[in-house]
Design a protein around this ligand. Sequence first.
Ligand code: CTP
Length: 491
Amino acid sequence: MMETLSDQITRCLSHPVFQKVAREAAAIGSNVYVVGGFVRDLLLGRDSKDIDFMVVGSGVELAERLSKYRNFSNVQIFKTFGTAMLRYGELNVEIVGARRESYDPQSRKPAVESGTLEDDLRRRDFTINALCISLNEQDFGQLTDRFGGLKDLADGVIRTPLDPDITFSDDPLRMMRAIRFASQLQFKIDPVTLAAIQRNRERIHIISMERITEELNKIILSSQPSVGFRLLDQTRLLEIVFPELHALKGIEERNGIRHKDNFLHTIKVLDNISPNTDNLWLRWATLLHDIAKPQTKRFDPENGWTFHGHNFIGTKMVPQIFRRLKLPLNEKMKYVQKIVNLHMRPVVLAEDTVTDSAVRRLLFEAGDDIEDLMTLCEADITSGIREKVVRYLQNFALVREKLKEIEEKDRVRNWQPPVSGEDIMAVFNIPPSRPVGTIKSVIKDSILDGVIQNNREEAWQLMLKTGQELGLVPQPGTEVPFNRNENIGKD
Ligand code: CTP
C-alpha cells in the first residue's frame, strides 16, 4: 500500500529528536516547527541529515534546555543572532527564533526582529523551502503551506514566496541557490523568478566568493550539471561569477569551416562524466579541460581551426581561477592541473599507432591518476555521429589494454628512479651539481623509451657510461650495483 503524506510525516516525527524538541518548546510555552530543506527533502523522499527548527519565541532558551540532554552534543549558541547549532547522533540540528526582517537598502546587514510563523515563512527563499511541520500539541505533524510550496514541489518549480525582487535583494545568494536547486532537483525556475535573477544579477557582487563557490560546487556535483550552467548563462550570472567559462561561448566560421561551441561542449562533457565519478576535483578538471581554447584559437587555411597548446595554457590558468574562486590552492589544485595538462595525451595515443614508449611515458606522468584521466577522455567524446563515438571508444579500450599490459611489465606508474642522486654523487665523488641531473634524466628517458629495462643493474651501467661521457671518473669498486639482482619497481 502506498504511504500517504501524513503517514510519511508521522513516521519521520517518531524519531526522538522531534519528541525532545517538542517537549522542551512546550515547557517554555513556545510553538516550534520543523522547517526548510528538511521538510522539502522529506516530501521528495531525499535523505537529509540537517534539521532546522523554527521556534516562535527564544531559540536560545530552547537550545539551552536541549543542551541538558545527553544525546545533544557540540552545542553552539549564538546569542546575538538568536540561533543555535547542536548535534544529535549523526544529525545536525539548527534552531532559529522566528524572524521578521526589515532591510535598510543602504546596508548589507538586515535588522532582525522577532516575528510570527507567517513572518518567518515569508522571508524564506523559495516556496518549496517555506513549508513547515508543527511539533505543537494542538496540531502535531500538521503541514503548513502558505505559498503553494506543495504544488511547486509536485510540478518541479522554483519560485520565491514574495515578489522575487524583494527576495533576491534581501539575499542575492538566493539567485545562485535557485539555479543550484534547479540543477540538483532537476526543477524549472518559474519565469517571473528567472527574469528577476537576470534583472538583479549585479547584486551578486555583495556576496562573498566562498559562498558563491559553494553553490557552484553543488551545481558541479549535481547529476546533470549542464542544467545549472545553462541557467547561469541564461541569467547572465555566468559572465560575472565565471568569466573564463563564459569566454568559451560562441562559434566562429571561416572559409565555411566552423568550430564547436566550447561552452556547450564543456558542459556536455561534464554531464557525460557525472554518472562515472562523484569526485568534485575530477569534475572541476572536466569543467576546465578546454578553458584556454579562446586564448589559443587560430585559423589555418590548411588545417582549419586549431587550439595548439590549450592544455598547457589551461594548466597555467587553473591557479588564477582557483585563487579568484577561493578554491583550495593545494594538492587538489595540482591534481586538476595535472588532468588538464594531460587530457589530450590518451587521445593522441588512440589516434596513432600506440607505441610502448608513449604508453610508458603517459603512465609515468599520470601515475595513479591514469584511471581518472581515461574517464575524462571517454567523457570528452561528444560527437553526434554514432560510428565516430564507437570508433573512439574502441580506440580508448585499446589504450586501456595497452596501459595495463605495460604497467604489468614495466611498473612505471609510481616510478622511483632505480639509481638515486645520492648514488651518482657517491660513485663519481661529486657534490650536488648539474651532471647529477643530466645522468638522472638520461636514465629516466632510456627506461621510458625502452632502451634499458627498469632495473638497478642496467641503470647502473648507464650511469657509469653517461658519467664517463661527461668526463667524470667512477670511484674504484663501483662498477656494479650493490645488489646485483635487485629490481626496483612497484609490487
Ligand atoms: N534559507 C533562505 N535563504 C538563504 C538560505 C536559506 O531563505 N539564502 C532558508 C530556506 O528556507 C532553507 C533554510 O533556510 O530551506 C535552510 O537553509 P540551508 O540549510 O542553507 O539549505 P537547505 O534548504 O536546507 O538545502 P541544502 O541543505 O541542500 O543546502
